[in-house]
Design a protein around this ligand. Structure first.
Ligand code: NAD
Length: 248
């Protein structure tokens, strides 16, 4: 049976856990060959193994997105080994929350370094491959916090808002090359990132969500699959909120 992403190659950053792992599995399930990348300490090889066990195609490659040279090498290796690069999912991200009066410059730089510089570092070499192919799809995981702000997360919000400006600019630059560029803004999704919330914080959060539950990584993967599919070929420069109505 043919699948919607047969013949496509995808690269996912931060693919060992949470949203990245769910998206890698979903892309592979739809027929794409998936390069699962993340920090060497992350369990991305388990994601590769589960994809291969399910009959899909995947490879695991260590990639710290803060290292531009490594990003270039990994993109080139993936394109050579898997036969091009059609879908880039910029998913790797971190938080280091603190109110502004207590935020250390290192905390600001660390979060911007992974969440925003990291997106630039991987996207630039990927765009070169996609331009040569004259086709491609770039999806970056932003956050509703980048749209609405959040007390204690000025560094994270700035990084996620930065992704939105980056996305819209690239959509304008690359549309004529048949490359779409979009962002997804998740609300609160059940992953290792939100496991740190206390029960009290969780209750307060749910009170503000129209659909009163945390999202699942699969809720995000469904939208990634749609944006990566030919059905979304006329969608570019968009930010799609997947927040259960937390932000509208
Ligand atoms: P997660 O912590 O499970 O996933 C993030 C992954 O990125 C981890 O595997 C982590 O090791 C990896 N990573 C961290 N630094 C890296 C680096 N320098 N290089 C490569 N990989 C690195 O959390 P998640 O919730 O699955 O987060 C995925 C993305 O979704 C992040 O960008 C996050 O900001 C975003 N997001 C999450 C939520 C949520 O509620 N969980 C909401 C909005 C946005």
């Amino acid at each position: 049976m043919t699948k919607v992403l047969d013949g496509k190659v995808a690269l996912v950053t931060g693919a060992g856990t949470g949203i990245g792992a769910a998206c890698a599995r979903a892309l592979a399930g739809a027929g794409a060959a998936v390069a699962c990348t993340s920090l060497p300490t992350d369990p991305y090889q388990q994601v590769v193994d589960s994809i291969v066990a399910a009959g899909g195609k995947a490879i695991g490659v260590p990639l710290n997105v803060t290292d531009p040279q490594q990003a270039q090498e990994v993109v080139d290796r993936v394109a050579a080994e898997l036969g091009g690069l059609h879908i880039l999912l910029n998913n790797a991200g971190i938080t280091d929350d603190q109110l502004i009066i207590r935020m250390k410059p290192e905390s600001w730089r660390k979060v911007l370094g992974v969440n925003l510089d990291g997106v630039f570092n991987v996207t630039q070499p990927a765009v070169k491959v996609m331009m040569k192919q004259r086709t491609g799809c770039i999806i970056s995981i932003s956050s509703v916090v980048g749209l609405m702000g959040n007390a204690g997360q000025s560094n994270y919000a700035a990084s996620k808002a930065g992704i939105i400006g980056f996305t819209k600019s690239l959509a304008r630059e690359l549309g004529s090359r048949n490359i779409t560029v979009n962002a997804i803004a998740p609300g609160y999704i059940q992953t290792p990132m939100t496991d740190r919330l206390t029960e009290e914080q969780r209750k307060a959060l749910l009170a503000g969500i129209a659909i009163p539950r945390l999202g699942t990584p699969e809720d995000i993967a469904n939208v990634v699959l749609f944006l990566a599919s030919p059905a979304a070929s006329y969608i570019s420069g968009e930010v799609i909120n997947v927040s259960g109505g937390l932000y509208m």
